[in-house]
Write a protein that binds this ligand. Sequence first.
Ligand code: HEM
Length: 514
Amino acid sequence: MYFYLQHRRFCVRSPLQRSVASAEFGVVSERESELKNVQPFSEIPGPKGVPFLGTLFQYSGGIFQKYSPDRYQDALQDRYKQYGKIMKETIAGVTAVRLFDPDYVRIVYQNEGKIPHVAPLLDTTKQYREQRDLSLGLGNTNGDEWYRLRSAVQQMMMRPKAVTVYLPFVEEVADDFVARIKTIKSHSGDIPNFRNELARWNLESSGMTCFETRFGCLNASPDSHVQKMIDSNNEIFVLSTKLMFSIPFHKIFNSPTWKKLLEAEDYFFGNGQKLVDETVAKIDRLQLSGQLNDDQYNFLCYLLSRKELSFKDVSIITLSLFGDGLNTTVPSFLFALYCLAKNPVCQERAYQEVCQHVKDGSPVTGEVINKLTYLKACVKESQRFFPIGQEIKRIPQKDLIIGGYHIPAGTIVELCTSVLFQSPDHFIEPKTFIPDRWLRDGSAHNIHPYLLTPFGHGPRMCAGRRFAEQEIYVLLSKLLKNFKMEYNDGELDQKFQILMVPDRPATFTFIDRQ
Ligand code: HEM
């Protein structure tokens, strides 16, 4: 059943409603004619490629190369300019329809049902986990299997109140991080490779949430396990990008790149699994001796208590919370910091807000965070400037008509609104950092609700969202309180590594506030 037919049922109105909504009738009749003239899937425009591999050679080197893989965002912009709001492309055997219009995105979300299907968040990680007989985790499963996992963690991970249990850990690590900045910054306040410093902070912070242990990530030596875990996590994304734009031999045999990726995955996963095993053994010992308090090892104890989760599921979910922030929370944080450093007026206003609500010597609570409305608007605006994802993927389970084209059930659909984030058609003064546009009284900006959804939308919305946001708001408010931040390391840009990451290690300058 097409979305259009469903939609029509809701368009039956009383005479009064009809006269009030006469403008809308134009839309309805347009849609009627659209339905009559539905174009088949094959007519969706897009670049022509060779059979199976499609346009792979435009990305993969040689004389046909048009785009460097780390500038995939340019390819998407070009595709939008050339083909408009809907187009399709095949790359290395994977065909996807891309949507560049928030109204089209709305159609997909409104028809996804209770169990939306998605293409894997990271195809290579899914393949790795299948090969090693691990649980696939939330982002790589669909149907009942996904529902089983998601419903087991939904309450504990998605309720804003539930994650505030971990606030004291997050705050403790953030305070230590601020102290470390004070000791390591140069005479002029510079800290080079701040991205790596943030990675250490993030691993320490999520390590506390998952394992309630301080690992010493902040001060770890360059040849420590911690640093190697950070490096191997990064390597997974670098190699996955390479494989995304290669002939997919790795799906048939262990190609050299695939072997390197296995090594990086094994390193990260192996060390992570050891932490899970050690912590679970500790919990068992405490329980046996009657010394396990109710407020200890919340995250793991909760997962272990869920009968529907196997031990493999518990491990993967825990390691997702432990490691996923490295390539999501960290770049997101760095871009937010950059936006504030480059916009001192906004930084000052956020500083004033933080001083008003975050009191020295009092803990940062959920209530305090709720009051940081301007800070949150700054973060959201930074996500418009620097989206860390190029698209959100869905595989609709019923046929849809979008933009006048028939999209059969089972098609991979990519929701690519990030190419519109700098467009004057969608944002007033798009090239200016204006956090106010996200404040309630900034409604004059009238932003389409399906345009900027950095954490996705609906039942498959990011499972780590509450944790990531909590960490970002706490650390950002601590940094604002302690330092004026500047950035003098050239223009920061983004490069594509499955996600959008900073194009350089990034040196920030921290000037003590008295
Ligand atoms: C600023 C940081 C982050 C951003 C912007 C982000 C963004 C996203 C997005 C866009 C999705 C797809 C949502 C959809 O399909 O509707 C997603 C899914 C997911 N994210 Fe995040 N994420 C972040 C941090 C994290 C962290 C720290 C974790 C660790 C637990 C995490 C775990 C997940 C999982 C497990 C899914 C799959 C959910 C499912 O399919 O049920 N994310 N994230």
